[in-house]
Write a protein that binds this ligand. Structure first.
Ligand SMILES: Cc1ncc(COP(=O)(O)O)c(C=O)c1O
Length: 196
């Protein structure tokens, strides 16, 4: 089955200007159905989430429907889906929460291939807890970050590895499964930036 590029492009009103956008930060250039769903949510009678009043139920149902749709897309459990203002804000939230479990002498791993949104929150959380930051270097000739590049800076003290699933700058895609295995082998968590 062919990929109908024109049909897909037509779903994105922002593309009618004719420009090619090589970056789509902060949920820009969304398809019409997303814009419609947001407009419906903003113009519906909603209140705090709950099950007592109509407006509470509507708000609650919207949140659950959004989580279920994202879980369907990702093949995940809806109870593990969280929406936030942005990837940067969510990463700050995660880093602050996880840092409470870190101790001085622990280590976190970030990569030079990553967007700053998946680096700065971890550096700041590490500094607040006396935790060492280790940098995984990518191959400057190929732009690839390989499992071995990450393994070189992972140790028994590693608590978390933060890595992008794709570089927003050059499009290379690290082997996330392999990096997950490297992190999990030392009981570290893996945090993946899926923006791109
Ligand atoms: C790879 C990557 N990660 C994270 C971000 C930050 O995303 P947000 O704007 O949702 O904070 C961007 C934004 O361009 C990005 O390109």
């Amino acid at each position: 089955m062919g990929f109908d590029v024109q049909a897909v492009r037509k779903q994105f009103p922002a593309l009618t200007e004719g420009a090619a956008h090589f970056d789509g930060p902060g949920g820009t250039q969304v398809p019409q159905c997303v814009a419609d769903a947001v407009a419906t949510a903003l113009t519906s009678a909603v209140s705090n989430r709950g099950r007592s009043t109509m407006s509470e139920r509507r708000a609650d149902d919207m949140v659950h429907a959004g989580r279920a749709a994202m879980a369907d897309l990702l093949g995940a459990d809806p109870r593990g889906i969280v929406f936030g203002r942005s990837m940067t804000q969510l990463t700050y939230d995660f880093s602050r929460a996880l840092a409470k479990t870190w101790q001085a002498g622990d280590e976190v791993v970030v990569s030079r291939l990553d967007h700053d949104a998946d680096i700065r929150p971890w550096i700041q959380a590490a500094a607040a807890r006396g935790v060492t930051v280790r940098w995984a270097e990518f191959d400057r000739r190929t732009g690839e970050l390989n499992g071995a590049d990450v393994a070189a800076v992972v140790s028994q003290r590693t608590r978390l590895v933060a890595v992008t699933a794709a570089s927003n700058l050059i499009g290379t895609r690290p082997p996330v499964r392999e990096i997950a295995d490297i992190a999990h082998a030392v009981s570290a968590l893996l945090y993946v930036d899926g923006v791109h």
